[in-house]
Design a protein around this ligand. Structure first.
Ligand code: WTA
Length: 653
């Protein structure tokens, strides 16, 4: 790179000074109630990590055999709770059966067509034990891999916990992925069994999962058995001696199955996450550290109480669903709402209807969804009673301040704290987030690190940067829920996360820390613009655009520019109108006013939609190709809607 500052400083131009204190009524009842308590926990975890984590692990996890050493080895090879044995499914289920929680609802499920099911902890336990016996009977042993390619139905959680119960490692493949993606993941993990369904419902249409599995098995020979849940009832083919109906196997299975004691560091799951190029990375998480991390963060960040009704809208195919639908909440004995389908089916009020119907108190969703709600209009939420809500969460991307304000005003009705939670598939659990009872929030900032998390903002050589200087977001200390390797490729693991900045974990985000020590994540460093020597975060220009009343969503990318090095190209979707030249020049003026002349957009392009990954992140890499007039190179398998790309290309001027 020719710019001497490249990869080091990123100028931050986002001016955001609004601040919201936790409402007193919330603060009074919060799990973490005082700033001193937070400081004490954070300092102890930083200065005496072994002591802090040993206490947490003894207090919160049920050990079949106690650990003998809390942490051993330097990052990235740190092992946690060495010598201990436990079982993740017992942690999520068996512990709750001794007392009153046995008949508490664990999962309150709603299918897209409107069918509902509730499973208490005791019922869930039975199902899990049964399916664990089914897996054993199909030849699955401790240490084997099982692929789960399923809709958002309770059987998915049952299958996850059944794998954990016998020490098999699950690899969940999001139901929107193609047959080829399933085959690649089966092959990489060498899965023995795949669990699927005939299909699932999405926006009124059937997603034909079993068909894709049949296709994938032509290319992945490690898989010997297929278990199929009957969900849609559509006709599918069942291969003899390979394919079995879930209900047939379950009917014959015994409901007693002791949890298999596994080592703390036993692989709990593999989850494939897309690299920007090359083949997907199989992020591996292990048992004790991961379960402890998700359990504690659920309690701290979501302020979870026994009478809460908690809803995380993520798909379990992503890490957010693993950590905050399954392991974290269930380890805490929570009541979890789970919904199968789309937010706009049969209409754009579906989420608000669900909140009203089940009296949801904690709601956790993603900025991409929030921007869609804004576009659909305030009338949808206004038609429903949202007074049960007491806490809102956001995850997955930086949240634009105006989207934050809308979430606060229209959904939270200015009553609910918002926790903007920064973390990654690789970190396993939330790392940087407000604690809702004590942390004053600033729209767009994920605020401060949780206890045990020691982040820094640094240059490429690892030097700490001062307040408000943008740089690389790193972790200086290991934490229990961090990934342990990339499955089958430990060298790639070391190169990807631990070689960029010496001695630190770095997973690709740029950020700054303000004068109050609050973190502002500016997005992936690969997305940074370099305009006339200024390194700008695309997210900050996008936030300026989104603060214009007519803009629903924006994606900003650089393109080669003779004078400036890079020019600024903005793809903008509008709330209503089609957009004309007048609006284009208004938007240019608006960005200049919000940020300054250095961020003046060179191009504004109106679009009906933006290319996103299936988990809702904008794929700026593809937009960069369009802005530069290039064909797209690199992996597009994670793209949600191919027609959007085609349309954007057609609209090229
Ligand atoms: C981004 C999702 C800003 C970030 C849990 C990170 C965020 C990547 C936030 C991980 C947030 C996630 N503010 N950016 N609150 N949460 N990100 O692996 O770029 O799907 O590196 O994990 O999402 O995405 P992943």
């Amino acid at each position: 790179m020719s710019d001497p500052a490249a990869g080091q400083n990123i100028s931050s131009v986002l001016q955001e000074h609004r601040k919201f204190s936790p409402p007193p009524a919330f603060a009074e009842q919060a799990n973490i109630r005082s700033e001193e308590a937070y400081q004490e926990l954070w300092n102890r975890a930083k200065d005496d990590p072994a002591g802090f984590w040993a206490d947490q692990a003894r207090e919160n996890l049920t050990w079949i055999e106690p650990f003998t050493e809390t942490m051993s080895g330097e990052m990235p090879e740190t092992k946690w709770f060495v010598g201990g044995k436990l079982n993740a499914s017992a942690q999520c289920l068996d512990r709750h059966l001794d007392g009153w929680r046995r008949n508490k609802a664990a999962i309150v499920w709603e299918g897209e067509p409107g069918d509902t099911r509730t499973l208490t902890y005791q019922q869930l336990h039975r199902e899990v034990c049964r399916f664990a016996n089914v897996l054993k009977q199909l030849g699955v042993q401790t240490g084997d891999r099982v692929t789960l390619y399923m809709p958002m139905i309770p059987e998915l959680v049952v299958a996850m916990l059944a794998c954990a119960r016998i020490g098999a490692t699950h690899s969940i493949v999001f139901g929107g992925f193609s047959a080829d993606a399933v085959a690649d993941r089966n092959n990489d993990a060498q899965s023995k069994v795949i669990v699927t369904a005939d299909g699932g419902w999405r926006r009124g249409k059937e997603v034909e999962l079993k068909k894709a599995v049949d296709e994938s098995l032509k290319k992945s020979s490690s898989v010997k058995k297929v278990v199929v849940v009957r969900r849609t009832g559509s006709s599918i083919t069942m291969a003899p001696d390979r394919d079995y109906w879930w209900h047939d196997l379950m009917d014959a299975a015994d409901a007693d199955c002791d949890p298999t004691p596994v080592d703390s560091e036993h692989p709990l799951f593999i989850l494939y996450t897309s690299g920007s190029t090359g083949k997907p990375k199989g992020v591996l998480h292990t048992t004790a550290g991961y379960v402890l991390g998700t359990m504690l963060t659920t309690r701290w960040v979501f302020d979870l109480k026994d009478d809460d009704t908690y809803w995380c809208t993520a798909d379990i195919g992503w890490v957010t669903g693993h950590s905050y639908i399954c392991y974290g909440p269930l380890a805490n004995g929570a009541t979890v709402v789970m919904y199968e389908g789309a937010p706009n089916w049969p209409d754009e009020g579906r989420f608000w209807e669900i909140i009203e119907k089940y009296r949801v108190s904690i709601f956790y969703t993603a900025p991409t969804a929030i921007r869609a709600f804004i576009k659909w209009g305030d009338d949808w939420p206004r038609q429903h009673d949202l007074s049960s809500l007491r806490l809102l969460g956001s995850v997955g991307e930086p949240i634009n301040p105006e989207a934050w304000m809308w979430y606060h005003r229209v959904i939270g009705q200015e009553r609910c704290p918002i926790v903007d939670t920064w973390w990654q598939t690789e970190t396993g659990a939330i790392m940087i987030s407000p604690l809702p009872g004590i942390t004053p929030t600033k729209p767009g900032s994920c605020t401060r690190p949780l206890p045990g998390v020691v982040p820094d903002i640094v240059t490429k050589t690892g030097q700490s940067l001062g307040a408000n200087q943008g740089g690389l977001l790193v972790m200086r200390q290991p934490w229990p829920s961090m990934l342990r390797t990339l499955y089958g490729d430990h060298e790639r693991f070391r190169n990807t996360y631990f070689s960029e900045v010496p001695g630190c974990y770095f997973a690709g985000d740029g950020a700054r820390r303000d004068e109050d020590g609050y973190y502002w994540v500016m997005g992936r460093v690969d997305d940074v613009l370099n305009v006339s020597g200024h390194r700008l975060s695309t997210m900050e220009v996008e936030s300026a655009l989104v603060s214009h009343p007519q803009v629903a969503e924006a994606a900003v990318v650089g393109f080669p520019h003779d004078l400036k090095g890079e020019g600024i190209c903005c793809f903008v979707t509008l709330k209503q109108s089609d957009g004309d030249d007048q609006l284009k020049s208004d938007l240019v003026g608006h960005v200049r006013k919000q940020i300054g002349a250095l961020a003046t957009p060179d191009q504004i392009r109106f679009a009906n939609g933006l290319p996103k990954t299936r988990s809702g992140k904008i794929m700026r890499r593809l937009l960069r190709d369009i802005a530069a007039g290039r064909e797209s190179a690199g992996d597009t398998t994670t793209l949600e809607d191919y027609t959007i790309l085609a349309k954007l290309r057609q609209e090229e001027e």
